[in-house]
Write a protein that binds this ligand. Structure first.
Ligand SMILES: [Zn+2]
Length: 470
């Protein structure tokens, strides 16, 4: 047995589950083990698991969450009336706007004090809390962009993250990769992140992982990432679709090849288009997969090696409404239940035989997100999340009612905001500073103050409009 395979075993059997447990992310390994059995069971068997979990979370929501208590009362339904999966349609869907206006009403009332503490903390979005398992207040605050023009703030206690980690182990297994193998993750850290910091040493030893920047990347970072991949030699790379495509494109353009290719790259946070898959395959020399998910409810599904987009049915109930929109319910008890949450994505959920042998439902006709990625003249990429985080800045979040960003054809930026006149100069100076820092100091910015920001034909607000896209 080689040293690296011993390390893999220690990571998968001991240090990974133990440290995750201390972050209050429990049951990762057991959920993963169970899923490898259930994913090949009869349709009825999986539906029965879903129904049992659904009834538990509805009961929990009606008892502990003010929003659902009211919702059920107003809709005239009682939790025990949900007797089949179809009965879920009795419950009105939840939109991002509902989440924004409900605020803490959507939170289990026993967690109110914890939410107050986490709101004041300087911890970044989704940053886990060390030893959360043993702390009284253990909520993690997170944010999501979507296309509503206002960031959605939500809280979780580790259950959503735990399920996502379990589903990542499952996807690795689908492609024949063992838990504990060496991996690289291109994540939401700033490009000036220092490599040998504590977080990376911790990850390398305990999780056999390296993290590298995955947002706002330029050629400088691409070169750095390519070099690190060559040194660390991961078996698998996880990355935002734009980041993986960017690195791969850079490597092809500069004739860089890795001394040892990874076996798999999994992209997320955006659909994987065919040209991106091809270019990642070419640049990184490996198979490419994609995970579909949302920050609020974690990973919802993933492509199997046979090319079907399977739903993680044990943890997520996915339906398609009359307009073709995917509606998701997270099937684990959490302090902030998402029951019939509108994804804003189009697709059709169906049972369909897959040659991979898994009986899990598949999403057909998947059209994915409306969110736009923007590339600056010098190659930096920005997802709508950049703006989401910018406007989450406490100095802006309290005054800006709604905003919209337009990337003009001439590469200037139009920032449209709805906010009181008196605070406009201050907001402009804060934004100008952020934009110059990230887009470059010569960026031309136009500030506009419309009376309203009109929704699109679909009735949704588009947070980012990319006119620069050809
Ligand atoms: Zn399949």
């Amino acid at each position: 047995m080689t040293f690296s395979s011993i390390h893999e075993r220690i990571v998968s059997g001991l240090t990974f589950p133990l440290t995750q447990y201390l972050y209050n992310r429990r049951g990762i390994v057991s959920s993963f083990r169970q899923s490898s059995l259930t994913e090949k069971m009869e349709e009825d068997f999986i539906s029965a698991i879903q129904l049992r979990n659904l009834r538990l979370i509805i009961e929990h929501a009606c008892r502990n969450v003010p929003y659902y208590e009211k919702l059920f009362k107003n809709a005239g339904i009682r939790p025990n009336e949900i007797r089949s999966l179809d009965d879920i349609k009795l419950i009105p869907p939840l939109s991002r706007d509902d989440v924004i206006s409900a605020k803490r009403d959507l939170l289990d009332r026993r967690y109110k004090a914890s939410a107050l503490i986490v709101d004041k903390s300087s911890r970044g979005p989704a940053e886990p809390i060390p030893f959360a398992r043993f702390k009284k207040f253990s909520l993690v605050r997170n944010t999501s962009s979507g296309s509503t023009g206002a960031p959605t703030v939500f809280y979780e206690d580790g259950a959503v993250s735990a399920m996502s980690w379990a589903n990542e182990l499952r996807v690795k297994q689908w492609f024949g990769l063992q838990p504990g193998i060496r991996e690289v993750r291109l994540v939401r850290i700033s490009p000036d992140f220092v490599m040998m910091n504590r977080a990376n040493t911790f990850r390398r030893l305990l999780w056999n992982q390296m993290i590298l920047p995955g947002v706002n990347l330029t050629d400088k970072e691409y070169a750095f990432i390519a070099k690190q991949l060559d040194i660390f030699k991961p078996n698998i790379i996880w990355a935002f679709t734009a980041a993986a495509a960017g690195v791969a494109r850079y490597m092809v353009e500069h004739g860089i090849t890795l001394s040892e290719n990874p076996r798999l790259t999994i992209t997320w946070a955006a659909p994987l288009y065919e040209h991106e898959r091809e270019s990642i395959q070419k640049g990184l020399g490996c198979t490419v997969g994609n995970i579909y998910g949302m920050r609020e409810v974690g990973h919802i599904g993933a492509y199997c090696p046979a090319g079907s987009l399977h739903v993680f049915q044990e943890s997520h109930l996915l339906e398609t409404d009359d307009n073709g929109e995917l509606i998701v319910t997270f099937l684990r008890q959490t302090p902030m239940p998402f029951i019939r949450y509108r994804t804003g994505d189009l697709g059709e959920v169906a049972y369909q035989k897959c040659v991979c042998g898994r009986t899990l439902q598949v999403i057909k006709q998947f059209h994915g997100r409306t969110g736009e990625i923007y590339t600056t003249a010098d190659g930096r990429m920005f997802s709508p999340n950049f703006w989401c985080r910018a406007f989450m800045d406490a100095r802006l979040a309290n005054v800006v009612k709604r905003f919209q960003i337009i990337y003009a054809k001439d590469h200037s930026l139009k920032v449209r905001m709805i906010l009181p006149e008196s605070v406009r100069p201050k907001a402009e100076s804060i934004l100008q500073q952020m934009i110059f820092k990230n887009f470059g100091p010569s960026t031309i910015i136009h500030f506009e103050y419309p009376l309203d920001i009109a929704p699109q034909l679909s009735g949704k607000y588009q947070m980012v409009i990319n006119e620069a896209k050809v």
